[in-house]
Design a protein around this ligand. Sequence first.
Ligand code: NIG
Ligand code: FE
Length: 390
Amino acid sequence: MTTRLIRSIGELTTNDPSLGDGTALGRLRDAAMVVDESRVLWVGPQSRAPDCDEVIDVDGAAVTPGFVDCHTHLVFAGERSDEFEARMSGATYDGGGIARTVAATRAASTSDLRTVSHARAAALRRSGVTTLEVKSGYDLTVEGEARLLDVAASITDEVTFLGAHVVPPEFDRDAYVDLVCGAMMERCAPLARWADVFCDRGAFSVDESRAVLGAAAAAGLELRVHAQQLGLTGGVALAVEVGAASVDHCTHVTDDDLEALASSTTVAVLLPGAEFATRSRYPSARRFVDVGVTLAIATDCNPGTSYLTSMPIAMALAVREMGLSADEALYAATRGGAAALRRPDLGHLGVGARADFLILDAPRAAHLVYRLGDAVVARVERVAPALTRP
Ligand code: NIG
Ligand code: FE
């Protein structure tokens, strides 16, 4: 086991309130950290740093936990820039374009799909993402969804089955819901950790979504829900009812939704890239924070509503447009994402955490959102996940 000392850290964000300044961010100045190949072993003041096998001197730079991007749809072929352009001049998003990506994805070879998907994951990692979730949902046939899950599992161990993305054009809705709950679930559940459903206007109703989530839970999957991106449909309450780990989008929420979330274990995942690229009104993140809802921020990387491969830009949008502080956005992009994936080993740098961290080309983590589009993340240290498939 090789020990490494990260020394001369100007500002260390641990996200462990038992360390440093006692806030949620657990900040230390003039700090040092010791890691081995997989875990954080020690955190403390520079003056008390122990000897290690190797030393990385970061010369006053800020160090943070790696970003946990808990919501992506990066396994797809084709592109939909024409829809983006149309929205910028007033068209509205209704999910109808998903069928275009389904057609392009079905037509792509597995090797091309792997190449483009891995390139998107690599872009996210360059932006500082050390763990990412990847969904299926752009094939909508039994074998096709299994193929997308296989590609996803070659990227990450946080794989999500989203057969219930929309009803494909060739199907009757009831027959499709039956297929997702039956043969598709049976084929796909062993290939994923999570199941998700797009419970929204134009996609699946609350009752249809409840059926899919029930079948998923019975098949041993843990649950996440896309809800209330397009309207107040009752999807947030459903996510709480079924004990989902997260409810994602929440562009529209009622005070009752917020109260239900605050007294649940369901994390609200905000996706500012989606409001940006659909030209929608951003939800106020303050409404969530003020009542005590656990928040995460993610990219939602997908061809229709958020072709975003940068977590710092997602964080900056959450600060500028949703009302989070820079520190709240950092926490939501790290420990919040880890909570949404039920991964207590991620998103912080307390002793025993996975040694996923970022060395910034900046003295303070606030530069992540201050220097928009700049390469503030200078070095990404990531423990490779134990993939379920090569
Ligand atoms: O999270 N909302 C549903 N799914 C994706 C968009 C899918 C698409 O338009 O291709 C999302 O925004
Ligand atoms: Fe999404």
